[in-house]
Design a protein around this ligand. Structure first.
Ligand code: EPZ
Length: 427
């Protein structure tokens, strides 16, 4: 078993460089299938979710070569069969983007129901609604989602909820549909825009990404391309919050400050000073944390993927902060772990009431999902004493070299391997 061991109490100081965006990479990698050729993807994050997707491509018959630490060459000329089996898909949500890209490429796809973080029911009805509107027949048998069509025809699709996944999947499937597809009430996250830019660089005709309406004019074929993924908004936000939480001073490099505005706004209200540069942002906190209310919403609102991190920071803000989760039904599971560290948080449905305390204390805790794990990391950095975090594979799904990056900022953190026989004895 591996765990992170943190001795808290150090203020983060120095510079850190942000990696490529996980949630853009996990859409762009399946999208390379549409090219039937060679793509070079730059600024790719070295995280386990990316490794799994590249393995799925290899299993399908594609060639994948790592050119350097952040660049991968993918040749999708040959595909054996348009299938992603359970063993490959169960580890992560984004495996279902192969539904859209394989449909677009092969006119059929069979993909296992996906895994990923668990925060309430995660339906895929809007993905299916989109595929069906374009002419697909979709069935679910023995945990496999099967979709196929003869000739996809462009359609006008209004999504009932704003969904990142459905927007991406239906966009992938529609790039070659005949005529015009209009997607309304779509997600506007930076990774949606990045995927559209990637597809356009392959020859697609997509307009409006980043607004509520995306228009896609079908093209006959797409070609390989070279493309650089945007910096990770959530990784950047996590280091911003970690800096503010520890009262530190950090220059966070390789970011797009515009993508961070909702986070910047809340951190300023909570007492941090933020300076924006062209592609960097500096966070400093000199004064005590100030209570702040936060509501998560689809982009450009405050991201749900930053909710656990800001909640743990506000545990040390004097007074009462109210955190409202506006996207997921059940994203406060990690609060039990924070309580073990001395946090005073009451949860009622989608609302958490955080009463500031003077100090958190280190404790053994478990990461329940990716961003919950990030919150425990921040909690460990803020706490008095030693925190041990188990189930760190969740964290490594989305944060590249997190131990090295935090160490370079002065944090006292180690990754420790506990031999299995020691774990067994302790049980
Ligand atoms: C993406 O998940 C992200 N994952 C999540 O980030 C993120 O929390 C989420 O978007 C919201 O920003 C990836 O990009 C791989 P949704 P996704 O479809 O696409 C409901 C992280 O930490 N809904 O936008 O699965 C759904 O129940 C991860 O990096 C339907 O009702 O989220 C939810 O309430 C975790 N029907 C809301 O929409 C559907 O068909 C938003 O979900 C689809 C979704």
């Amino acid at each position: 078993m591996e765990k992170f061991v943190i001795e808290g109490g150090t203020k983060l100081k120095g510079e850190v460089t942000i990696s490529g965006a996980k949630n853009a990479a996990v859409a762009i990698i399946p999208a390379t299938i549409l090219a039937k050729g060679r793509c070079v993807i730059e600024n790719i994050p070295n995280i386990s979710d990316v490794t799994i997707l590249l393995r799925i491509l290899r299993e399908m018959g594609c060639t994948v070569n790592l050119i350097d630490r952040t660049t991968v060459e993918i040749d999708t000329t040959y595909i054996h069969e348009p299938v992603v089996p359970y063993e490959m898909a169960r580890h992560m949500r984004a495996s279902y983007y192969f539904l859209g890209s394989l449909l677009g490429r092969c006119n059929e796809a069979s993909v296992s129901m996906p895994g990923g973080c668990h925060f309430g029911v995660r339906p895929i009805d809007q993905h299916i609604k989109g595929f069906e509107a374009l002419g697909a027949s979709v069935s679910i048998d023995y945990g496999m989602i099967n979709a196929k069509w003869d000739t996809p025809i462009g359609a006008h699709i209004y999504f009932d909820v704003v969904s990142v996944g459905a927007t991406i999947n239906v966009m992938l499937s529609a790039v070659k549909a005949k005529g015009l597809t209009v997607l309304e009430n779509v997600a506007k996250e930076p990774h949606i825009v990045d995927l559209a830019n990637f597809l356009n660089s392959m020859g697609a005709d997509i307009r409006g990404a980043g607004t509520d309406v995306i228009k896609i004019r079908g093209v006959d074929m797409l070609r390989g391309t070279t493309y650089s993924i945007i910096p990770d908004q959530i990784e950047a936000g996590t280091y911003m919050v970690a800096t503010a939480a520890t009262g530190g001073d950090v220059l966070i490099k390789n970011v797009i400050p515009k993508h961070l505005e909702s986070i910047t706004d809340k951190l300023e209200k909570a007492g941090a000073e933020i300076t924006e540069y062209d592609d960097a942002i500096r966070v400093v906190r000199r004064q005590p944390l100030i209570k702040t209310n936060v509501k998560t919403l689809p982009h450009p609102g405050f991201p749900t993927d930053m909710q656990p991190q800001i909640t743990v920071m506000l545990c040390l803000a004097k007074g009462t902060s109210i955190i409202t989760e506006g996207v997921w039904d059940n994203r406060f599971k990690y609060v039990d772990e924070l309580r073990r560290m001395g946090a005073n948080i009451q949860v009622d449905g989608r609302v958490a009431v955080v009463e500031g305390v003077d100090q958190l204390t280190g404790a053994p805790v478990k990461a329940t999902d990716l961003r919950a794990g990030a919150a425990l990391l921040i909690g460990g950095l803020m706490a008095d004493g030693m925190t041990e975090i188990e189930d760190i594979y969740h964290i490594e799904r989305g944060y590249e070299n997190v131990v090295e990056k935090l160490q370079s900022l002065g944090a006292n953190i180690q990754k420790v391997v506990v031999p299995d026989e020691v774990v067994a004895k302790a049980l």
